[in-house]
Design a binder for this molecule. Structure first.
Ligand SMILES: [Zn+2]
Length: 385
């Protein structure tokens, strides 16, 4: 069994140890020390990083009480080695993990829900709770969590015997037995946990719930704590600052400015549509076939073609087929008729030119493919006659 320095002193970041064994497998080495401060992966937390005699520790795993440090260099048994943790990373994880305990403890005490899922990614954490939470509930949990930080409550580890555990109110999925490690955050939470935690809640600094959604009948929250919460705030702040500059708006009026921009864009779009249809009408150049008409254009939208078709029918054209080339060989079309017979025309077009589309008896639209304008013109002239 490796002596677990990470359980005794969460702040141990440098230590000396004896190499008990070093086994090679697939080009890597698995080093066992007599003691270690490297936390092996567990309880939702990733393994610590750092060095053994300057050699990078690539992974840390525990099996049957023995901790294995994966490296890409060999060590001799009985070597004395000096080890160093990547402390910034470890402390960041301690802040995050304790932040999660606080939020879970507060959700449990306010709403009685259990933490049923926990995932710690590089910067954020997701926690799943067994019941529904509203935005108001989340705001309350967040406020109480930060108040727990201001109280600077002590965080302690204990190893009660089974009988004591049975009479202790703690959060866990594990059946009571001797040797279970409890992490107590005074007045806030008590939970079975194997991970290192800071000594006081004040060291967490800040907790922020950045998102939440319903999940499997309960609620999934995404949260940040500690330095990651600070970095998240900094990133958000600089992003808001750039938007403020772009909009020449104050922080509190960003959304009003964006609404105004959306309104302006929507008016411009509508104006643009009207202009485009005027242009379409002016440049349509329809070919008359008896009292029917057809035209083959470019760069027109369905709206443009529809406007042109309406205009032609209003001005005593019996029926019309209007097309616009979208890219080589592909066309959109509209068919309009005062005789309510467009379905037959559209069926013919679709079948002849491998098209798709439909509509009502007097109007339809769709798209088709033709090898040339001449092919289209010749087919359409025939059917309009
Ligand atoms: Zn934990």
């Amino acid at each position: 069994m490796t002596e677990r320095l990470f359980e005794k002193d969460a702040y141990c970041r440098n230590f000396s140890a004896d190499v008990l064994s070093c086994e090679e497998k697939d080009g890597f080495y698995y080093v066992v020390l007599d003691k270690t401060a490297f936390f092996p992966e567990g309880g939702g937390q990733a393994p610590d990083k750092g060095t053994i005699n300057g050699v990078n520790v690539l992974d840390v795993q525990e099996k049957d009480g023995t901790v294995y440090h994966k490296t890409d260099k060999a060590f001799n048994t009985s070597d004395k080695v000096s080890c160093e943790l990547d402390w910034d990373l470890r402390f960041e994880r301690m802040q995050s993990h304790s932040g999660e305990h606080i939020v879970s403890g507060i959700v449990h005490s306010l709403f009685g829900y259990d933490n049923v899922g926990f995932h710690m990614s590089e910067k954020t954490m997701t926690v799943d709770f067994s019941g529904p939470l509203t935005a108001e509930d989340i705001a309350k949990v967040e406020l109480e969590s930060n108040k727990a930080i201001y109280r600077n409550a002590p965080i302690t580890a204990s190893y009660p015997i089974k009988e004591e555990l049975i009479n202790t109110d703690y959060r866990s999925k594990i059946e009571p037995r001797d040797g279970i490690r409890l992490i107590t955050i005074e007045g806030i939470d008590c939970c079975a946990c194997c991970a290192p935690h800071p000594a006081f809640t004040g060291e967490i600094g800040v907790i922020k719930i950045i998102d939440f959604c319903p999940h499997k009948g309960g609620t999934r929250i995404e949260m940040v704590a500690g330095i990651n919460a600070f970095l998240d705030y900094s990133a958000l702040h600089s992003s808001v600052k750039s938007v403020m500059n772009l909009l020449s708006a104050k922080r509190d009026s960003i959304s009003v400015s964006v609404e105004k921009l959306q309104e302006t864009a929507s008016n411009l779009k509508s104006e643009n549509g009207k202009m485009s249809r005027k242009l379409a009408l002016a440049s349509l150049n329809p070919v008359a076939v008896n009292d029917c008409a057809y035209a083959i254009n470019k760069n027109m939208s369905y709206d443009d073609l529809r406007e042109c078709a309406n205009n032609l029918i209003e001005n005593n054209t019996r029926k019309c087929i209007l097309l616009s080339e979208t890219d080589t060989g592909n066309y959109i079309y509209v068919v309009s008729s005062a005789e309510n017979d467009v379905r037959t025309i559209v069926a013919g077009l679709n079948s002849y030119f491998n098209g798709k589309g439909g509509g009502k008896d007097n109007y339809a639209q769709g798209k088709l493919t033709a090898s040339s304008e001449d092919e289209l013109a010749s087919y359409i002239t025939d059917i309009l006659r």
